[in-house]
Write a protein that binds this ligand. Structure first.
Ligand SMILES: *Cc1c(COP(=O)(O)O)cnc(C)c1O
Length: 233
């Protein structure tokens, strides 16, 4: 199956899970995850209707975005950073990305705010929440979330729009459901405390339908659109 076809199939599945869950398909944004995928294929996806592209590494995104500019295409792409961000790359990240899904500490927020100020930008961010005890997963733990949100509220050049999570991998997507439900419950709580965060970035190729049932507003989908990656991340 080609990329255009695969994208359309994924979009159809998103629409039908939304309707099944009693939600508007328009309330769900598809982030096409293109890490390790060649630029030509990304262009193919965008021509097929993809409008948001997600990368997990700043350097890789920079190369692609630069090449795209050099080719002088008139493609209109919203770039999202979905992978972990190190502080020393905050400046480049602010320069490149429309939305950063992986804000997970106060010190990173301060860097992002500093450069956003410098570039006269209001940087859209999602806070990555860590919902499991896996040592390798990034994100803030729920108990520190409110404190972080209070600090973010005073950073004028950041715009916190939602929460993101990356649950442990299970073959069976039903096992992931409690994590998605948990993230939504956390967003309800932060809203009650005066911090409305409407975006929920959750769900990947093998479990996005469950994520949509649990309230995802952004699904991050790579393999189901571009096929298996050469380099496993
Ligand atoms: C790679 C990646 C995805 C997409 O994974 P697929 O299983 O290929 O859909 C989503 N989110 C993050 C943070 C990723 O790194």
């Amino acid at each position: 199956m080609g990329i255009a076809e695969a994208f359309k199939a994924v979009q159809a599945r998103i629409n039908s899970s939304a309707l099944k869950a009693g939600r508007s398909p328009d309330s769900i944004k598809l982030v096409a995850v293109s890490k390790t995928i060649a630029l030509q294929k990304i262009i193919e996806a965008v021509n097929a209707g993809v409008s948001i592209v997600g990368e997990n590494k700043v350097q890789e995104a920079r190369e692609k975005i630069t090449e795209l500019r050099e080719r002088n295409t008139d493609l209109n792409i919203e770039w999202h950073l979905i992978g972990n961000l190190q502080k020393n790359k905050a400046k480049t990240a602010v320069h490149l990305f429309d939305v950063i899904h992986s804000l997970d500490s106060l010190s990173l927020a301060e860097e992002l705010n500093k450069y956003s100020q410098r570039f006269n930008k209001r940087q859209r961010v999602l806070i990555q929440v860590k919902l499991s005890d896996e040592p390798t997963k990034y994100g803030v733990m729920e108990k520190y979330l409110m404190a972080l949100l209070e600090r973010l509220a005073r950073m004028e050049n950041l715009r916190p729009e939602g929460l993101m999570t990356m649950p442990p991998f299970y073959e069976d997507p039903e096992k992931t459901r409690p994590y998605f439900k948990n993230l939504r419950e956390i967003s309800v709580k932060t809203c009650e405390k005066g911090f409305p965060l409407k975006e929920l970035s959750m769900g990947m190729s093998h479990d996005f339908e469950v994520a949509i049932e649990e309230g995802a507003t952004m699904v991050r989908i790579g393999t189901a659109i571009f096929g298996e990656r050469q380099v496993k991340k």
